[in-house]
Design a protein around this ligand. Structure first.
Ligand code: TRP
Length: 458
């Protein structure tokens, strides 16, 4: 397919589609869950640092590489570095995308089930025993969880069949602003709750004694997950982006907007946690138990709950579509039709997805891989291992393998952007800081550095 057919049509289209990939369950579900499990504000602080030091340089890197390579992930590496092992970045991206959507679609299925329940008016309650029970029922009943997941995967298959610019742009352009507005309304309501002060201090007052190697590993993983990095996604999208777009500007906007949405989601959730007697460590259930409880205490609660979960479904779709688009474009690149490619990718992801979903139900709850259930294992291997590794290799590829002039030419739009100082800083980050940090975080997270730290007396 030529870039004309698939390219994004307008400047706003580029921004919303890239943002549409970034904003999703990561903001509404994963950010609050990890923040709660990892001690609150100190985690948030390290996550924000990771967004600036690792996320921003890498999102610029991936989009630029994609636009320079003009094609699917495989074509990009074949063009920029023919017959080398660098193409493994593309394969790794596709692999982590498969693991990611496998568990992501399970959570997306819960969101759909919640939407249906909300329409029936079944969700609204401030009693944490009731909301917790509804969540358990949704996520651990095999038939319900699988039905939600299949339904979700079927919808995105349908939408992606219509192609990038038509399908993805249209949906995200309208819905992201609406979702943000609704989140702000919920956040404001939260600020009036009795637990507001406690919730805010949990979210924003760091206790750095809670920071350890696991906290850092998860914060870095979240930065990758949030910005859709270290996988083929931003590379693929880069190829669709017009040559006159200012990539550093686009990337910075996406990073800030995404971060702000996560923080608003945090404000929309944590005061309610302290008000209604949930536990911050409830993790994956936080989104699903707190939001209905907050709406229950508002006039028009049922209506708002329906709209909220509807918008959450759409945000999740935008992110998921970007994710499968990378694999689909790869298959199209080797000569498969779009239709077959979409069906093949969805079939593979559904296959892996079934195991993730069942691992939270009694059917497969006893099966563990490296001490984690299948759901958490998929999440860990993609967010905390493959994505950082993909980011590491991308940084090395640009910083050490590519010609500096070539990549500067791409990121400065042929020199017309006059951003040399910025580019030099970006280049140093990619060449030294990003790779070293990622390796230290990965080795540290896996426990390989603790003997060294002991020798050094830390
Ligand atoms: N960024 C999305 C979110 O926060 C998740 C996601 C979508 C993603 N596509 C991706 C993560 C590609 C990594 C790679 O919900």
């Amino acid at each position: 397919m030529s870039s004309k057919e698939t390219g994004f049509t307008s400047r706003l289209g580029v921004l919303t589609a890239t943002l549409g990939s970034a904003v999703g369950l990561g903001n509404l579900w994963k950010f609050p869950a990890l923040t709660g499990e990892n001690g609150g504000a100190a985690f948030v602080f390290i996550y924000i640092l990771a967004c600036f030091i690792l996320g921003l340089p890498l999102i610029i890197a991936e989009i630029s590489l994609g636009r320079k390579g003009q094609g699917d992930v495989f074509t990009i590496f074949k063009r920029l570095s023919p017959n080398t092992a660098w193409i493994s970045i593309a394969w790794m991206g596709i692999a982590s995308g498969t693991f990611l959507l496998a568990f992501y679609s399970d959570v997306a299925g819960w969101v759909i089930t919640y939407l249906i329940k909300a329409i029936g008016g079944d969700l609204i309650s401030t009693d944490h025993l009731i909301t917790t029970e509804i969540f358990k029922h949704t996520s651990t009943t095999p038939s319900i969880a699988l039905a939600g997941q299949f339904f979700f995967l079927a919808i995105i298959a349908f939408v992606v069949l219509f192609g990038v610019s038509k399908g993805i742009e249209r949906v995200t352009k309208i819905l992201l602003p609406l979702l943000t507005i609704l989140l702000i309304i919920v956040a404001i309501k939260n600020l009036t709750l009795p637990g507001a002060a406690e919730g805010l201090s949990f979210l924003f007052k760091p206790d750095f004694s809670k920071v350890n190697s696991t906290v850092i590993l998860y914060a870095v993983g979240l930065a990758f997950f949030k910005l859709s990095l270290g996988m083929a996604t931003m590379l693929t999208y880069g190829a669709y982006i017009p040559k006159d777009q200012n990539i550093p500007m686009l990337a910075t906007r996406v990073m800030f907007a995404d971060l702000i949405i996560s923080l608003i989601a945090g404000i929309a959730i944590f005061p309610a946690v302290f008000t209604y007697g949930f536990e911050v460590t409830d993790g994956p259930s936080l989104l699903f138990v707190t939001i209905p409880a907050v709406f229950a205490s508002m006039p028009g609660g049922t209506f708002f709950t329906v709209i909220f979960f509807l918008l959450a479904v759409f945000a999740t779709m935008g992110a998921s579509m970007s994710l499968i688009e990378a694999s689909v474009a790869g298959l199209i690149g080797i000569g498969i039709t779009r239709k077959k490619a979409v069906l093949a990718v969805i079939a593979i992801m559904t296959f892996f997805g079934i195991f993730a979903t069942l691992s939270l139900t009694p059917v497969l709850s006893h099966t563990t891989i490296f001490g984690k259930n299948i759901f958490s294992f998929y999440d860990f291997i993609s967010s905390n291992m493959l994505m950082p590794l993909g980011g590491f290799l991308t940084a090395i590829f640009i910083g050490w393998k590519m010609n500096k002039e070539d990549i500067f030419f791409e990121v400065s739009n042929g020199g017309t952007l006059n951003n040399t100082v910025f580019l030099e800083i970006w280049y140093i980050l990619l060449r030294y800081v990003v790779p070293v940090l990622i390796i230290v975080v990965l080795l540290n997270g896996l426990g390989f550095l603790s003997p060294l730290f002991q020798i050094l007396g830390f």
